[in-house]
Design a protein around this ligand. Structure first.
Ligand SMILES: [Zn+2]
Length: 361
């Protein structure tokens, strides 16, 4: 597996950047550095970042690429008299994965300071509480930055209500086994695949114009894509995702998203049915090009296709997801192979989506 060092560094920087929903600033800053070649960029009030290919002509159909820049995070609810912090979730977490997690809490100076998510230690539990541990809720947890009182937390740690919190997880790559470890792969790995595909298409003539967007606040429901779709006016869309892998806890016959088997194309989830004729065409294209892909039908989940294809002309939308084990938890696993195949797939889609295809859908 040939690893592109520049692409790997981009994945690392995007993954490490703190970007809880609504607080995506650092992620947007990293993305801007890697998008400068692609074409002009602009932002709206929600910090959605739009990237237009410099090769766009205008006067022809527009392909929208979307990847969300936020990650599931936490937010400070209040400071207790003992200096620990109560918090709420921004997005849906696997709560069982939270206790013991090292986190970074943004303070009033804009610095991210370390803390840990703590619950009552087992030493102090009654036998009843010890039995009930499985049902621990976030209301039973606190973030401990090491302060000893409310005043200490406010004055010395500069902690305050409404500030974002993210896992303190650093990206690591095991090249021998091709495994990437890190946080926020949903959807930073999708952001990276989108940007990398556009970088590789530099200078290339495509059949349609392409406008990409790094959209914010997706983990709170497909919200901000309601705004981006009106700015872009797409005729067709490709939604990039870091999508949950199910290969470590599912019966073999039912596995739909596994590591090292290529990008996943989602037929439907609870939020959207991805345009069936477009989906079929994309799967056939993958087969023709010899790019491995996977398919899924999901009971839960959601993605930005939901709002893109229910606004304006109802642009047909598909979802191309890079498999991520343990999305929505502080530590995820993904592979460069799946990233690479996702990039190749996006390039194949952009090279083959023509005005005639769109009209035929
Ligand atoms: Zn996502």
């Amino acid at each position: 597996m040939q690893v592109d060092r520049n692409a790997l560094r981009m994945i690392q920087e995007l993954s490490d950047a703190p970007g809880a929903s609504g607080f995506e600033d650092a992620v947007v800053a990293v993305a801007r550095n890697y998008c400068a070649l692609i074409g002009p960029m602009e932002e709206d009030f929600l910090r959605n970042l739009y990237i237009r290919r410099k090769e766009n002509h205008g006067g022809r159909p527009v392909v929208m690429l979307d990847a969300h820049s936020d990650e599931v995070g936490l937010v400070v609810h209040s400071i207790k008299p003992n200096g620990t912090l109560r918090f709420l979730m921004l997005g849906s977490w696997n709560k069982n994965a939270l206790i013991g997690t090292k986190v970074l809490v943004r303070n009033a100076d804009g610095d991210y300071i370390p803390g840990i998510i703590a619950a009552k230690p087992v030493h102090f539990m009654t036998s009843d509480e010890e039995k009930r541990q499985k049902t621990v809720d976030i209301g039973d947890m606190v973030i401990d930055v090491g302060a000893v009182s409310y005043e200490d937390a406010v004055e010395n740690f500069r902690v305050r209500m409404g500030e974002p919190v993210v896992p303190d997880t650093k990206f690591a790559y095991d090249e021998k086994r091709d495994l990437m470890f890190g946080k926020g792969f949903d959807c930073r790995i999708g952001c990276a695949a989108m940007i990398e595909a556009l970088r590789r298409l530099d200078g290339k003539e495509l059949p349609c114009d392409v406008i990409a967007v790094l959209s914010t606040q997706e983990e709170l429901g497909p919200r901000n894509s309601k705004v981006t779709v009106h700015r872009i006016h797409p005729d067709i869309a490709i939604v990039m995702e870091g999508c949950p892998a199910d290969d470590t806890f599912t019966e073999p016959y039912a596995i739909q998203t596994a590591l090292k088997k290529g990008p996943m194309f989602r037929h439907l989830d609870v939020s959207a049915i991805c345009a069936p004729r477009y989906q079929r065409w994309a799967l056939d294209l993958a087969a023709r090009k010899g790019i491995p892909v996977q398919e899924s039908v999901r009971q839960g989940g959601g993605n930005n296709a939901a709002s893109i294809q229910t606004a304006l002309v109802g642009a047909p939308s598909i979802v191309c997801g890079v498999p991520v084990r343990y999305a929505h938890s502080p530590n995820c696993i993904s592979t460069y192979y799946d990233f690479e195949k996702s990039v190749e797939m996006v390039i194949a889609l952009l090279e083959n989506i023509t005005p005639e295809l769109i009209a035929a859908l």
